[in-house]
Ligand binder design. Sequence first.
Ligand code: ADP
Ligand code: MG
Length: 704
Amino acid sequence: MPEQLLSPSPLSAPQRALQKLGLVRDMDLALHMPLRYEDETRLSLIAQVRDGETAQIEAQVREARIETRTRRQLLVTVHDGSATLMLRFVHFYPSHQKTLAVGARVRVRGEVRMGFAGREMIHPTFKAVQGDVPLAAALTPVYPTVAQLPQAYLRRAIDNALQRADLSELMPTELVPAGLPALRSAVHFLHKPPPDAPLAALEQRMHPAWQRLKFEELLAQQISQQLAHEARAQLKAPALRAVPEGLPTQLLAVLPFTLTAAQQRVVEEIAGDLAATAPMHRLLQGDVGSGKTVVAALAAAVTLDAGWQCVLMAPTEILAEQHWRKLVEWLAPLRLRDAPIQVAWLTGSRKGKARAQERARVASGEAQLIVGTHAVIQDEVQFARLGLAIVDEQHRFGVQQRLALRRKLTDAGRGLEPHLLMMTATPIPRTLAMSYFADLDVSTIDTLPPGRSPIVTRLLPESRRDALIERVQAAVAQGRQVYWVCPLIEEGEATEDDKPKTDLLGRPPLDLANVTATHQELSEALPGVGVGLLHGRLPAAQKADVMARFSAAELAVLVATTVIEVGVDVPNASVMVIEHADRFGLAQLHQLRGRVGRGATASVCMLLHGAAVSATGRDRLRAMVETQDGFEIARRDLEIRGPGELMGERQSGDNLLRFADLQQDEPLLVKARQAAATLLKCQPAKARAHMLRWLGERMELLKA
Ligand code: ADP
Ligand code: MG
């Protein structure tokens, strides 16, 4: 084969930059929108430009000199018949001096300011003009770009792409919201607005041309979601039906409580999905402590009854371990076809022979229920008959793990797709539910189990630490158990497995000193009291041991990092102390507080804070004192922090909406949703064409 075919001609630096920015197809370039505009459509007279105004003038160079005062600079005086103006350059090249030679006519654009020596522009853009050079007919776009990609190159590339890109109207006009321009004119308008275009509306992206673009984008997203929903409905899943006197009935009989009405309702919703022949794709949301685990256990019970395997995946090893204990405790007395239930346990820390053995039990089908961290979806794990996958605290998993899960589900069932149940304590705001999560069915547990006494939340300055330790001592004397959380923010172990447990010099990371010092301090201040220490960098066996001793009340106080943030359930613990509470996010504080208030004892949450708390820190602490309602907390969090983080790792999917802003554009979102449904029904080919036009290569990410 000739050499050239093997190694294609190398790309130039700007071409590589274009590729890196994802500007590959003509359509990509056509949809690369300006950040702002420069007005080169008119000339102003120097005398008429106000200070602080950005303007373009045309003038003749009267004087050009290099001066060295504080630093070397090029000073050029120009005159346009109305007044003089100084151009000042601190960075300049010989080419500057050449263009700005005395006598030259130049067109200059910049901000006019009052300087020491009169009115001046600092580092204006300029070009020489000879004879009659026409002014720009449209505003000049300024595009987002990178160093290797000069603005002028990018402009040319976009200009060319605009000639070629297919911007034909794919949608029947009646589906486009009234008052919005055609796609082609909207796109052209945004790249080259006429001189009199309303700049504010353009830059705030409120102009009808912008609205049209956002509508197109939202429509593409809605179409892809609705198609995903349809595609799933076409898939075949095992129909899992509860049998009379089967596992769920037995489980309900051994539980130490009865289900709340809300739990019963979601259990029925889930059972309905499981019995269907299309795979379930359901999100179970319920506030911290609302009792999602037992719902998961019942879904697992139905699955096992039907002769299929169920896997439960949790984001941290501690949580996985706790689920495993709880499920074993609940399921141990039950009989599945006259035999005990087989549970397998898979996490990153289980290595070697033990791991191989567990995997073999999963592959042979001997293990019916599999519990673990994301280790359960690794390629090496093969399921014999996977019927249901349950993901706890799903927002803690990253996009890569979601994709891995999806792949696993696709090949797990050999033609039959397993059902999927995701659980979260972080409620999804309406706009997100309608957009990124539109392909999910949602069940909500909206009440807490009875008998919970509300948690009293108090703020306490760090200076009262000693008094607080005395209160902890008193509480322990009454048989109560205490969490004491220090601000070492730990990521879910789902993403942590490969991280070093020490820094490069082999020392523990800095914040770790904090949690160990506090452990020491409390151990000394509370003689005779069992004080445990728990953080993510302990060996898994040690973590499990500490957690087990705290659960068994052998330890009265648990000094911990945020590893206990999600899921951990020790009902007898009724005091939560959070150090440096102002450094935590609101959702995180709420999750941490949710570790107490799980039993009948009245619980308290003490938020320790330093003397200087930032304004947002104060807002968060106030919200914590004022409300205990997860939905209200989520609403305030959205207010304080914006929507990004609520989606957890879906953030990278966030980029899929480049133009629309879910907060601001909710009305458009509603219209796009209806239009997507209509278009899919009446002109499905056009709907698909529209989606491809917009999403191109990025389709894969949407499945995460
Ligand atoms: P979360 O929804 O945060 O995962 P859990 O499933 O951990 O909550 O449940 C919190 C606690 O409430 C657990 O101790 C659980 O056993 C208990 N619980 C769950 N449902 C009920 C109920 N219906 N009545 C009483 N206690 C319940
Ligand atoms: Mg939970």
